[in-house]
Design a protein around this ligand. Structure first.
Ligand code: DC
Length: 236
């Protein structure tokens, strides 16, 4: 019997991780946050002086390091997944404004993507998964049984991100900075040459600008429950 793969793609801060986590918890599937992987590599680059002052990476230096960078995940006692960088829990460190500012430059590098896509496919080999990112439905799992492309207006997304950072105690942030960073990442993510962010032809568009988290979850859950592959899986 085939495992079920659910691909959730979309712009930054559109609520796709929230949705992916909720679905995985409800369905008992493995949740994989692929943005966290690119963030972990970015953190490594920042810590090891692989970034030039202008914010661009030293690609050749990163190429030498890439095989020594191990990104993995660990399930915490409360069920949350934490990202590990060479064994260190970096879940908090990868969510800073500094990492957000540099991650687009790292995630457009071909060998970084090739490594991460391999890792993503490996992680999903033996499990049903909910995976969120930018290229899951188009590149990582073109054969996913369900693809959801989540979107919301840039203003709504920036406000959500801002509220999230303030709630976490980040002090040095302004709404304008978040808004500008988000628009810059939207542009970089959708205009890069390798695996640009785009809706797969067979993905379902979910615009949650005017939805509550609960409404979004119920909408997506219904899509899963209607899947023939899911029905087969739960009959096993
Ligand atoms: O989802 P996020 O904001 O944590 O993702 C961080 C960055 O990583 C985002 O700017 C684009 C990149 N990314 C990517 O290129 N491909 C993915 N599958 C996931 C994220």
């Amino acid at each position: 019997m085939d495992n079920v793969k659910i691909a959730i793609d979309g712009f930054s801060s559109c609520g796709k991780s929230t949705l992916a986590k909720q679905l995985a918890a409800k369905l008992g599937f493995l949740y994989i946050d692929t943005g966290a992987m690119y963030r972990a590599i970015t953190l490594y680059a920042l810590r090891n002086n692989i970034m030039y002052r202008d914010g661009t990476p030293d690609v050749e230096m990163l190429r030498e390091h890439i095989k020594n960078i191990k990104v993995s995940f660990q399930r915490m006692p409360n069920g949350n997944m934490h990202t590990l960088l060479n064994g260190e829990d970096v879940e908090k460190n990868i969510r800073t404004v500094s990492v957000s500012r540099h991650v687009s430059a790292i995630s457009k590098i071909d060998f970084v993507r090739a490594e991460m896509v391999d890792l993503q496919r490996n992680l999903a080999k033996d499990f049903s998964v909910v995976m969120d990112g930018r290229d899951i439905g188009t590149v990582v799992f073109p054969d996913a049984q369900l693809k959801i492309f989540v979107t919301a207006s840039p203003e709504v997304r920036a406000q959500r991100r801002y509220d999230e950072l303030i709630a976490k105690g980040e002090e040095d942030v302004s709404f304008e900075e978040i808004f500008e960073n988000l628009k810059a990442r939207d542009k970089a993510d959708s205009e890069r040459t390798i695996a640009p962010l785009r809706k797969a032809d067979d993905a379902i568009l979910l615009d949650n600008s005017d939805m509550t988290i609960e409404q979004q979850f119920e909408t997506a859950l219904k899509l899963v429950q209607d899947l023939p592959a899911y029905k087969q899986l739960i009959q096993k």
